[in-house]
Design a protein around this ligand. Structure first.
Ligand code: AP5
Length: 225
């Protein structure tokens, strides 16, 4: 059905389930999943100049300066996999300036999804989250525990996944989300406080509606001659 690559933004507070949903969306629709958090953590791991600067901000739960993140993301979006397969932005834009930078570069999303989850639930999710460094899979000690002892033994916790830092991250989200939403016309809120599978099916409905619009536009095309 698709007539041009799908472009989606997914926003939400820390631990609202963006990463969990993005894995499923990328698998189903073939879009490139771009998490600015993951890209920055990779830069830290590789010891780049960007990584060194970003680390100071991320370890304390603060946002990395706009210019650094905008530059990193704009360069990545120009790569062939993104232009051909479309993209799914996870954790970007996080400020009005980041949203404006996208629009100024004529990078306009088809859909902006915002996951809504109450604050007390977010904190539970943050402190229980664990990551598998080998597969990249996201677990939760209570809600989505590892399948066996071997996986359980290798799980790691992010340095910013403490209650104290989660509160700082949450405050950054609250400060900026309204101004970000105002930049886009195609914003849809999804109740993220349900089983991940249920959240996903609501997302699928929204994306399929967008794909249906592409299809309609396509069938409205008049043949030549
Ligand atoms: P980033 O990595 O983007 O973190 P975040 O936005 O705080 O989001 P999280 O990764 O914490 O959560 P998530 O929504 O992906 O939830 P997940 O699916 O893992 O950013 C980290 C830092 O990088 C920022 O603080 C900042 O410093 C910097 N940064 C990144 N982008 C930036 C930008 N654009 N500008 C400036 N700075 C930037 O789920 C969480 C847990 O809940 C998991 O354990 C999961 O198993 C569980 N879970 C998920 N869904 C459900 C469900 N439905 N029910 C029960 N449990 C669930």
């Amino acid at each position: 059905l698709r007539t041009y690559p799908l472009r989606i933004i997914i926003a939400g507070a820390p631990a609202s389930g963006k990463g969990t949903q993005c894995k499923k969306i990328a698998e189903r629709y073939g879009v490139v999943h771009l998490s600015t958090g993951d890209m920055l953590r990779e830069a830290i791991q590789n010891g780049t100049e960007l990584g060194k600067t970003a680390k100071q901000y991320m370890d304390s739960g603060r946002l990395v300066p706009d210019d650094l993140v905008i530059d990193m993301l704009k360069r990545r979006l120009k790569e062939e996999d993104c232009t051909k397969r479309g993209w799914l932005l996870d954790g970007f834009p996080r400020t009005a300036s980041q949203a404006q930078a996208l629009l100024e570069a004529k990078i306009d999303p088809d859909l902006v999804l915002v996951l809504d989850v109450p604050e007390n639930e977010l904190i539970q999710r943050v402190v229980g989250r664990r990551l598998d460094p080998i597969t990249g899979r996201i677990y939760h000690l209570q809600y989505s525990p590892p399948e066996d002892e071997q996986v359980a033994c290798r799980l790691i916790q992010r340095t910013d996944d403490t209650e104290e830092k989660a509160k700082i991250r949450l405050e950054a989200f609250r400060t900026h989300i309204r101004a970000i939403e105002e930049q886009f016309s195609q914003v849809v809120h999804i109740n993220g406080n349900r089983l991940a599978e249920h959240v996903f099916w609501d997302i699928v409905c929204e994306i399929d509606q967008v794909l249906g619009t592409f299809h309609e536009a396509d069938t409205n095309l008049q043949p030549f001659g």
